[in-house]
Design a binder for this molecule. Sequence first.
Ligand code: 6GU
Length: 274
Amino acid sequence: MRIDIVTIFPEYLEPLNVSLVGKARARGQLDVRLHGLREHTTDVHRTVDDSPYGGGPGMVMKPEPWSAALDGVVASARPEDGPAPTLVVPTPSGRPFTQELAHELAERPWLAFAPARYEGIDRRVIEDAADRMPVVEVSIGDYVLAGGEVAVLVIVEAVARLLPGVLGNAESHQDDSFAPGRMADLLEGPVYTKPAEWRARPVPEVLLSGNHAKIARWRRDQAFARTLAMRPDLVARWERAAMDKHDLRALAALGVEWDEPSGRFRQSADGVEE
Ligand code: 6GU
């Protein structure tokens, strides 16, 4: 996959040289190219922002440097890249970034990122880009960052680990909490390693039993309990067809039951049943 990133702070993206993404780049699985937005200014002050039309606080990023930078990225297309990248614009007013969207982006051969600072980029830049390439405006959560660079790090890391050959077999993503297929919307439970006892805390006995069916059952029960505690909103997404009779018993013990009228699982009225 090829990734172009246009930013006023290329140094903010140095973590892309480290760990999983850094290794994927070194192996040639990921071709990341950073572009300084200020290289595309024409005035002595290298101005990238100006005051907003209509008034209000803060500054808006000027269209000309962005269009020059993005035109340059598109003009650098090689045959294997396709005609133009999918443009990802990080913004708190974007569509929520999810594992599903990460999978979608991981299918594209070429991504470009346009992280903004200040109050954002002049709207016409996004509209102009959308005439020539797919554009997706993405938010990484319900909070406000000072700029989109950290969101780029988040999105690139989530996408890179889905690319073929980037994760080793040992660290495969089949068990990811939000992986589609298997069982989406179930958080992973606790994990343990040696020593078997540490500061008077033993590892749960079942994990030392060697009984793989029992261990799988225990892990699933832990995942149900964890999800209920941390993300009760996910319970409504659980599918009846994904549950066997052991699951239904475990859920009942946690006060969760199938509600036929709504076609959803829900927490029973007075909490734990039985
Ligand atoms: Cl993508 N950008 C900024 N600036 N703030 C955010 C965000 C993005 N996602 C959540 N908050």
